[in-house]
Write a protein that binds this ligand. Structure first.
Ligand SMILES: Cc1cc2nc3c(=O)[nH]c(=O)nc-3n(C[C@H](O)[C@H](O)[C@H](O)COP(=O)(O)OP(=O)(O)OC[C@H]3O[C@@H](n4cnc5c(N)ncnc54)[C@H](O)[C@@H]3O)c2cc1C
Length: 418
């Protein structure tokens, strides 16, 4: 790498005061590429990187309508885990976890992977049984899991509400020690820099406005910076999936919803894990700067706005206080929204489409950040070989037509329950 980051280069720059090189090049778009990836979020950038690194395809452009990191990759609550129960999910998300574990070295960029552990709480005996079954399934698949009883949880998370008056009593929990958080915008920057080093053109402020289609085959895209031809075109636009796919004539089972994230004022280290409430969709962790970071459900209506509504702020705050009463004394510093692409079964799509030379990656619902490395890895394979990767076959676009919904914990249903 031309501008390799190391302790030595840090020292050299500190002593000489020499400016750092731009992290990635900013080229003008060429008239044609072997592969065009629409969307410079985590999934688009990871796909470009693995296409170049694993498959030797380097004549690639990533077209991003705004700036790198402006989408959900820079808006999420940074949680990663591989505590799934369905066969297809366990192996896919565990592959992602393994890639996270080596990602800073692979990219030569510190993405700040923090395997601080995630604890999912059980608030009644049958929920603890379900967590036990999930933990056993994980262990049988070679994934770390540890069932905790109430005493263990009291010892590890003493700040939770264990009082007799609490609304949701705590019976135990399931710990995945290798789960945790990753600095989300560093993931976008790290993949962008490493892909650019391998020859990928990252073109910001370049919105795709249409596809060049002839007799069911895509040969390029129309953009705000002109027409660009492509051998293969891949869509990775998260919350805008259905809009982009419609431009290519595809009607997807995807709805765009807003999901909010919240950060409090900074406090001394209190929450050393990621804690997930078992009584509602709510999770909390603490950032390196000291703010408590948390989130809950989607707001519950279709929208492309990135500004959240107050009723959801109230719902999420109620969950926080039910779990950790002391949180009520903190001030909420900021909250923001991102546009999520929700599917009927809560699972994503990665693969080919009925349109020749057009590939689709989207529908990530609540789980797209943790999936970023595996998604890029598998999608790059699909584009390079025009065939689905074995780890992602069950995420096919036509699964609903064949009754093969892939519904882990009924997450997808949350879209319609609001
Ligand atoms: C508040 C919130 C919290 C979340 N928390 C978590 C979490 O803790 N863990 C987890 O696993 N997941 C989480 N997610 C989900 C996760 O962030 C997303 O599923 C994932 O980031 C989506 O993939 P992406 O990074 O490629 O998306 P994005 O970063 O949104 O990338 C898509 C890009 O496409 C671009 N684009 C759109 N249209 C066009 C066009 N026409 N032309 C060119 N470019 C275009 C957009 O500008 C955008 O940059 C959360 C999401 C939100 C909103």
């Amino acid at each position: 790498m031309a501008n390799r980051y190391s302790a030595f280069s840090l020292l050299k720059h500190a002593l000489t005061g020499a400016p750092w090189q731009r992290a990635w090049r900013s080229p003008q778009p060429k008239s044609s590429y072997d592969v065009i990836i629409v969307g410079g979020g985590g999934h688009g950038l990871a796909t470009a990187y693995y296409l170049a690194a694993n498959h030797g395809i380097r004549n690639i452009a990533v077209l991003e309508k705004s700036y790198i990191g402006s989408g959900n990759v820079g808006r999420n609550t940074t949680l990663i885990r591989s505590n799934y129960i369905l066969g297809g999910n366990t192996h896919f998300f565990e592959h992602s976890m393994k890639l996270w574990e080596g990602l800073s070295h692979a990219l030569n960029y510190n993405v700040m992977v923090s395997q601080r552990g995630q604890i999912v709480l059980a608030h009644n005996p049958s929920q603890l049984d379900v967590l036990g079954r999930k933990g056993n399934t994980m262990k049988l698949n070679g994934i770390d899991a540890q069932l905790l009883d109430r005493g263990d949880v009291m010892r590890i998370l003493p700040y939770l509400d264990f009082s007799n008056e609490c609304r949701f009593p705590i019976y135990g929990g399931l710990l995945q020690q290798r789960a945790g958080t990753v600095r989300h915008d560093a993931v976008a920057w790290g993949y962008a820099r490493a892909a650019s080093e391998l020859g990928v053109d990252i073109i910001e402020n370049c919105e795709v406005t249409g596809f060049l289609e002839n007799e069911g085959t895509i040969s390029g895209v129309e953009t705000t910076r002109g027409r660009i031809m492509a051998g293969r075109t891949a869509i990775c636009v998260a919350g805008h999936s259905s809009r982009l796919a419609a431009m290519a004539g595809l009607r997807l089972p995807v709805e765009s919803h807003i999901l909010q994230a919240f950060v409090t004022e900074s406090i001394k280290p209190l929450i050393h894990h990621v804690v997930t409430f078992g009584a509602d969709l709510f999770y909390i962790s603490q950032s390196d700067k000291g703010g408590l970071v948390f989130g809950g459900h989607i707001d519950g209506f279709n929208t492309y706005t990135q500004r959240g509504q107050f009723p959801k702020v109230q719902d999420v705050a109620e969950c926080a206080v039910a779990l950790i009463p002391g949180v009520s004394r903190l001030r909420l510093l900021r909250h923001w929204g991102g546009i999520q692409d929700m599917t009927p079964d809560g699972s994503p799509f990665i693969g080919r489409t009925p349109v020749k030379n057009l590939y689709f990656n989207g529908g990530w619902c609540y789980q797209g950040f943790k999936a970023t490395p595996a998604s890029g890895w598998c999608f790059a394979h699909t584009i390079a070989h025009d065939d689905e990767h074995p780890l992602a076959r069950h995420f096919s676009l036509d699964r609903h037509m064949h009754g093969n919904g892939f519904d882990e914990y009924g997450l997808g249903l949350w879209t319609y329950r609001q």
